[in-house]
Write a new protein. Structure first.
Length: 475
């Protein structure tokens, strides 16, 4: 895809990582014009964010890539501790729970970041979108009606700009938005994707070795021939060259340097936790790593980033295409910044060994109770809660919710329901008794959270109006 000298679009997205790609997919399925640009010549090549938490699996399923994620990923291997070349015992790396009707995914799913991005890009192309690679954002200016961005290929005019351009975000710096945080660990780290010869190391375990120089771990990446290597350096700086990676493996494990047959990608970093002071400046939004930077120990960075996109996408769609109040966009920061702060704290505690990777890491408990878009309660749920999955005749509730629409769910009640004036924006579904909800009416937002709940429809029309939705009570 090539840019013309001047281009106009509804939303300009800077950065084709998981966040930017997820947002582009969500906007594309809504028919919202969007332009996704990426400074690099191709997708990010490494495994970095390899853990997909259960809530993110639900998001990806809604975006239409659930089958591909299931095909190309796998469960987390059981950890295996080593000492002096000998196995010393297994170690569960993550909480694993049996799937239930309400929570269909009970454990994190392992898949290298590059594969996640490939899957999302393929989905984006199915929806008629694409990425403009080799295109850098070099400057921006905004006014009351939009944003003019200077790209390396020429200017673009957009109604809104979303910065999904990573921890060193050009957009965030141009806006002068500070990041507040801390160094999680002063010791630098190395991460690399490597291939190991033959039977030198089994792929059934996540191999963990502690040494005086720092730990090293080798995790097999499902659906590939690769291992992700992570290593801490208590002294000195990581050598990211292929020779340096091989020497590191030989020095800290029972393997020989020659057992590392290929180093496919490598990088160094210092674990840091930082949160942008604000997620919005006028018509520009920060999302993903541009808004929050995590230690990788908690497996929260990619997941929180994708869910930023999921929260922002439907709101942009309602404002641009359905006449919703522009004030709706204020709720992005109001809802997502507290969540990002919570996940940053969790990641840091896990990195420092103060908390296990338990239920909180799976992000199924995240919600927006008491938030600006949460009103009422019914049955066992309160507005702001995640809408549980469950049987819905010959389908699942997640099948009913899948797509860019709102769903008014009536559970265990014969309450007369108004007809949606615009059926493409709001669908109605009745369900018999289901304990995960209890009895009542539940308005499920496009991102799978309850916006409104009640025993009857009183107040529902007033709730929907600022969202660009209308109801009528009869034919």
């Amino acid at each position: 895809m090539e840019l013309n000298s001047v281009k106009e679009t509804g939303v300009l997205i800077a950065g084709a990582g998981p966040c930017g790609l997820a947002l582009a997919c969500d906007l594309a399925r809504r028919g919202v014009p969007a332009l996704l640009v990426e400074q690099a010549p191709a997708l990010f090549p490494g495994s970095r964010g390899k853990g997909i938490q259960p809530r993110t699996r639900e998001v990806l399923d809604d975006l239409g890539v659930g089958d591909a994620v299931r095909e190309h990923g796998g469960p987390a291997p059981v950890g295996m501790a080593w000492q002096d070349g000998e196995r010393t015992g297994e170690h569960r790396m993550f909480r694993v729970a049996a799937p239930t009707d309400a929570e269909p995914y009970g454990e994190p799913w392992m898949m290298p970041q590059w594969r996640t991005q490939e899957i999302l890009l393929a989905r984006l192309r199915e929806l008629g979108g694409d990425v403009v690679f080799g295109t850098a954002l070099t400057g921006l200016a905004q006014d009351r009606d939009g944003v003019t961005a200077q790209l390396s290929t020429g200017p673009v005019r957009a109604s809104y700009l979303v910065a999904a351009d990573g921890g060193r975000s050009t957009v965030r710096r141009a806006l002068g938005i500070a990041m507040t945080g801390e160094t999680v660990d002063p010791a630098p780290m190395l991460v690399a994707d490597v291939r190991i010869a033959g039977d030198a190391l089994d792929r059934l375990n996540w191999h963990l070795m502690n040494t005086d120089a720092g730990f090293i771990a080798l995790c097999p990446l499902p659906g590939t021939e690769d291992f992700q290597l992570t290593a801490q350096f208590k002294e000195g700086e990581p050598d990211t060259s292929a020779e340096g990676v091989r020497a590191l493996v030989a020095a800290r494990t029972h393997l020989e340097a020659a057992d590392v047959t290929e180093v496919r990608w490598s990088s160094d970093f210092r674990p840091r936790a930082a949160l942008a002071d604000r997620f919005r400046e006028g018509r520009v939004f920060l999302a993903g790593d541009a808004a929050h930077v995590h230690s990788p120990a908690g497996g929260q960075g990619l997941n929180t980033s994708v869910q930023d996109a999921y929260n922002l996408g439907w709101k942009l769609g309602q404002v641009l295409d359905h006449g919703a109040s522009a004030a709706l966009l204020d709720t992005y920061e109001q809802e997502r910044r507290p969540v990002a702060a919570e996940m940053l704290g969790l990641s840091t505690r896990i990195h420092r060994g103060r908390q296990e990777r338990g239920a909180a890491a799976q992000q199924l408990g995240i919600g927006y109770r008491g938030g600006p878009l949460s009103s009422g309660r019914a049955g066992v749920l309160e507005a702001g809660d995640r809408a549980p999955d469950g049987p819905a005749g010959d389908r699942r509730l997640f099948d009913v919710y899948r797509g860019p629409h709102f769903t008014l769910l009536a559970v265990g009640t014969d309450t007369e329901l108004p007809e949606p004036a615009a059926t493409e924006g709001l669908r109605v579904h009745r369900l018999g008794a289901y304990e995960a909800y209890g009895k009542g009416l539940f308005l499920v937002r496009p991102d799978g959270y309850l916006g409104w709940a009640g025993e009857d429809t009183g107040g529902l029309a007033e709730y929907l109006a600022p969202l660009g939705l209308d109801l009528k009570t009869g034919p």
